[in-house]
Design a protein around this ligand. Structure first.
Ligand code: ATP
Length: 201
């Protein structure tokens, strides 16, 4: 049996917060494999300041180029339309019937989890691993949420001690657009790609 992590997101662009999350959980949870799944371009995010599915796939491939066991999947991009997590994890459950699947989310996403489409289907297919994105959100706040909304499914959630990098893709897009430095906030190869393709200007 393999233990497989699944990391979904827009990744526009992928940044140091995403990388830290992926790296730490890979070792803490002893993952055999991590599947990173960028969403299809959402219809409301078609403005010029957002990058294409192809660019996001390229940036993720650059970011994880040296990481054995990381697979970048285009399954949501190929499916197109709005990327519903319950559909994605149902497909993955079919591909990996006997393996342990753990879906990674940040605290911002956890706190909306009860409003996602079909959270019960998601919890049937995968465990949810949640970490803090902000210094003032500790593990207890994550556990309080789970206790309040999913008391019967507590064992389907994993919360880990995590020292967050307070950073978002929105912040990076804004900084690049304003000509501010994003050094240290984003991988060098990814930054080079962004500059070459003149993204987020
Ligand atoms: P945007 O600013 O465009 O909304 P984002 O920075 O929130 O983007 P996403 O691609 O939406 O990034 O995030 C993908 C997943 O990674 C989500 O589950 C999100 O909670 C998590 N995540 C994003 N940034 C961090 C961070 N700094 N630390 C931990 N988890 C993060």
């Amino acid at each position: 049996m393999m233990r497989i992590g699944i990391f979904g997101g827009t990744f526009d662009p992928p940044h140091a917060g995403h990388k830290k999350y992926a790296d730490e959980m890979k070792s803490k949870l002893s993952l055999d494999k991590l599947i990173v799944i960028p969403t299809a371009t959402p219809p409301h995010k078609t403005r010029d300041s957002f990058s294409s599915a192809e660019d996001r796939l390229r940036m993720l491939n650059l970011l994880f180029a040296d990481d054995a066991g990381v697979e970048i999947s285009d399954m949501e991009i190929i499916r197109g339309g709005k990327s519903y997590t319950y559909e994605t994890v149902t497909l993955l459950r079919g591909d990996y019937p006997d393996d342990e699947l753990i879906f990674f989310i940040g605290s911002d996403m956890l706190f909306t989890f009860h409003q996602w489409v079909n959270p019960d289907v998601i919890l049937d297919c995968v465990k949810i691993c949640a970490v803090s994105r902000k210094d003032d959100i500790g593990e207890e706040k994550l556990e309080d949420y789970i206790e309040e909304y999913f008391p019967k499914d507590k064992e389907r959630f994993i919360t880990c001690d995590f020292d967050p990098i307070e950073l978002s893709s929105t912040q990076i897009r804004k900084a690049i657009c304003n000509g501010e430095s994003v050094e240290g906030l984003i991988d060098e190869k990814v930054l080079k790609y962004i500059k070459e393709k003149e993204l987020y200007l």
